[in-house]
Design a protein around this ligand. Structure first.
Ligand SMILES: [Zn+2]
Length: 268
């Protein structure tokens, strides 16, 4: 099968930090890592599973990490197999300049992990940052729902994310884990049909396929993106789960690549 596949949710670490980062993050969650955490490791996995492009998502857990992590992302630009996103820590005072720097360099979006970055997604202190990201036209991807390595309260609940959509109707938003890991009834209530992308990582190993396809269709298949959360999931297994979820060939073509190609401005 020669289907084009774009993975909208993967992670890499700088070579010298990868081993330690993987060990630390596994320690929190009891999960398995399916790559060694490096860009080369991710590309080996992509090769193996026929993935053309992966979006790599960083997270800054302290304000002072914002700049060096973005420098790493900017340096990674130009590899046609990887689309590196940037980061903004909520307490990073120089966010406006940093957003301009990302935009100018050609970074296409930023990732927030509200649990690791200690903010509720609809907190008003985030609004100037959202405004700047929205004005810059950058894609804003949120970890959403339960984080399996952490205890509640969870910081990106579907209802709260819906409030952000109300306040920033022009912001380009992607919600990971199909809008909210293990909160899919709330996703259905508050996010299905709204103006955002739902990304599929860590969904079909939990959510019933028929429920997934029904929600995806009611949401609008043009706004569903395939993602894996590699290295925390096996890219091959995630492809398999989505492939046999019950979506039609035409729908799969959109979810696996066409939607991401359009959103990311990739020439397929
Ligand atoms: Zn992730």
């Amino acid at each position: 099968m020669n289907r084009r596949i774009v993975d909208a949710h993967a992670h890499v670490f700088p070579d010298e930090l990868a081993a330690r980062a993987i060990k630390q993050l596994i320690g929190n969650s009891g999960e398995t890592a399916f790559t060694d955490g490096t860009a080369a490791g991710l590309k080996r996995s992509m090769e193996q599973h026929g993935i053309a492009v992966s979006v790599t998502l960083p997270v800054s857990t302290r304000a002072k990490q914002t700049q060096p992590i973005n420098a790493f992302s900017i340096e990674a630009l130009g590899d046609e197999r990887l689309v590196p996103f940037g980061t903004i820590h909520p307490e990073y005072a120089g966010y406006a300049g940093e957003i301009a720097r990302l935009k100018e360099a050609g970074v296409k979006g930023v990732k927030f992990h509200p649990d690791y970055q200690s903010f509720f997604v609809d907190e008003e202190r985030m609004f100037p940052i959202y405004q700047a990201l929205s004005d810059a036209g950058l894609i804003v991807l949120f970890h959403a729902g339960v984080d399996i390595g952490l205890k509640p309260p969870y910081h990106c609940l579907p209802e709260k994310l819906a409030r952000v959509l109300d306040a920033f109707p022009s912001m380009i938003v992607v919600a990971a884990h199909f809008g909210g890991f293990q909160m899919w009834d709330d996703v259905d209530r508050h996010l299905v049909g709204r103006n955002l992308y739902l990304e599929t990582s860590f969904t079909l190993s939990w959510l019933e396929p028929s429920k997934f396809t029904d929600m995806a269709r009611r949401h609008g298949i043009e706004r569903v993106l395939f993602g894996t959360d590699s290295p925390w999931a096996d890219q091959g297994r995630e492809i398999e789960l989505v492939s046999r979820s019950g979506l039609t060939e035409d729908e799969l073509g959109k979810v696996f690549a066409a939607n991401a190609d359009r959103l990311l401005g990739l020439a397929a």
